[in-house]
Design a binder for this molecule. Sequence first.
Ligand code: F6P
Length: 317
Amino acid sequence: MKKIAVLTRDCAGVNAAIRSVVRTAVRHEIEVIGVIRGYDGLINGDFISLNHRSVSGILNRGGTILKTSRSKRFLTEEGQRQAVKNIVDNGIDGLIVIGGNGSLSGAHDLALKYDISVIGIPATIDNDVNGVDKAIGVDTAVNVALDALDKIRDTATSLERIFVVEVMGRSCGYIAMQVALAGGCEEVLVPELDVNYDDMCREIQIGAEKGKLSWIIIVAEGKASAYEIAKIVNNKTGLETRVAVLGHIQRGGRPTATDRIMAACLGNHAVELLREGVTDQCVYFKGNELKTLPLDIAIQPKNIDMVQYYKLIKTLT
Ligand code: F6P
C-alpha cells in the first residue's frame, strides 16, 4: 500500500478522523490524498496532498477541512466510472470514506462493482448506520441539542409554556430520543413510533388542570415539523405553544472528547485494515472493542428499539 485517499461528509469529529488517518498513514510511509467535496471531487479529480503538518490544529474543529457535497453524479454509472478512472490514474491503492449511510453506500459500490479497496468510517449525526452502536458526530450533536434544550427549558418553566423543539434526524429518531431522555422532556415524537396526538393533547390538558403548564415536546424532523405539532397542540388544548428548530447547529461545533477519541481510534484502525488487504468493511466500536462489519450490512436500514427509551421517558415524566 503506497498511496491512499480519504473522502468525507461533515459532522463534528470528522476532522479528528482525517487527522488520525493521515498521521497513521504517514507513519507507514503511505502517501495520502484528500478528496475535495466528497464524491463530486472524486469524479472531478479534485485532490490535494495531505501530510503530517496539513492536519495540524484541526482536531477540535467541526465540519470537514476537505469540504463535502451531496453528489447526484456519483449515483450514475457514468459518474462512478469517472471516479474509478481518477482513482486508478492517480495510483490510489485504497480509499477511506468517512460519512453516513449515503457515503458508505458509495464506498460499497466502489468495492463491489469496481474492486476498489475501501474502508468506511461511520460519521453521521443521524446514527443511522446499521449494526453500529454510535457513529462519530452523534455524541456532539446530542450534547449541542441538549445544551440548547436546557436553555429553552428555562423559559418554558419561567413562563409556564409549552415548547415544541425540532431536532435533526431524517429517518432515525435517535437524537430526539436521547435528548428527550437526557433533558427530562415530557414527550418525544420520532419516525419509528406512532404517538396518538389526541392522547398527547389530553395528557397535556389533564396536566394543565392540575397546574402543570410547562411541557417540552421533542420532535425529530423526519416525523413532523415543530410548527405542525405546535398547531395541533394549540388547536386541541388552547394553550400557548412556542417552537424552536435547532437545525444545523447540531451538525457543527467542537467535537466532544468521546467523538474525538472514537475518531482517533477508527481512523487509525481503517488505515491498518487497508494495509492488511481488508476491503468493503466498516469500522466501529462494540463497547470498548474495535470491530468491522461488511459495508453491505452497514448500509441496510437500521432498527433501533425506541420503545424501551420511550417507556422510560414516559415513566419519568
Ligand atoms: O444526515 C445528516 C443530516 O444532518 C440530517 O439529520 C438532515 O436531515 C440532513 O442531513 C440535512 O441535510 P442538508 O445539510 O443537506 O440540508
